[in-house]
Write a protein that binds this ligand. Structure first.
Ligand code: ZN
Length: 179
């Protein structure tokens, strides 16, 4: 797959690439590092706290995030896995790929995540609240799952109009149409 990191953009629902389960990354190549840097830029520009590779149209198991609000908190996680999930907590979530849609999502309150970093070193972290929520949201993206799948029936009805609007605005990418 030829990738030009500078051309990557955040894709929106209902782009089918958001529903495609992502594949493990076998080796951290220079392209992967450039894509990670671009994803961090896109996340910061969009005022987001996390962005998964499928959200830029790439079926790769990686995401970037920052739960701290400080530039030092930028992180890249390669092949992340949630290894422990404790408790549960309801909180409102949005998604950079589903503009103007927010709803309550139930998540584990505390999770442990194992991943690799851009140097191929293993990372393991335990987080609560916002960090735990971001990791679960981004891991969902890697499995093709979106927040709207986890909304209550009432929230699903409430956001129906906004989703229809996004559906009417959606134009398939040319590369996707050619496939
Ligand atoms: Zn999202």
């Amino acid at each position: 797959m030829q990738v030009d990191p500078g051309k990557l953009k955040i894709i929106h629902y209902p782009d089918p690439r958001l529903r495609q389960p992502a594949r493990p990354i076998e080796e951290v190549t220079p392209v992967i590092r450039d894509v990670a840097r671009r994803m961090l830029d896109l996340m910061v520009q969009a005022d987001g706290v996390g962005l998964a590779a499928p959200q830029v149209g790439l079926p790769w198991r990686m995401f970037v995030c920052n739960s701290t609000g400080s530039p030092n908190g930028n992180m890249v996680l390669i092949n992340p896995r949630l290894t422990q999930m404790v408790g549960s907590m309801d909180s409102e979530e949005g998604c950079l790929s589903i503009p103007n849609v927010r709803g309550i999502v139930r998540r584990a309150a505390e999770v442990t995540i194992a991943a690799g970093d851009l140097d191929g070193r293993p990372i393991q972290m335990t987080g609560r609240e916002l960090a735990a929520r971001i990791w679960q949201h981004e891991c969902d993206h890697l499995d093709g799952r979106l927040i709207i799948d986890r909304f209550s029936e009432a929230d699903k009805i409430r956001v129906r109009r906004a989703l229809r609007q996004l559906e009417s605005e959606y134009r398939p990418a040319r590369a996707a149409a050619r496939r």
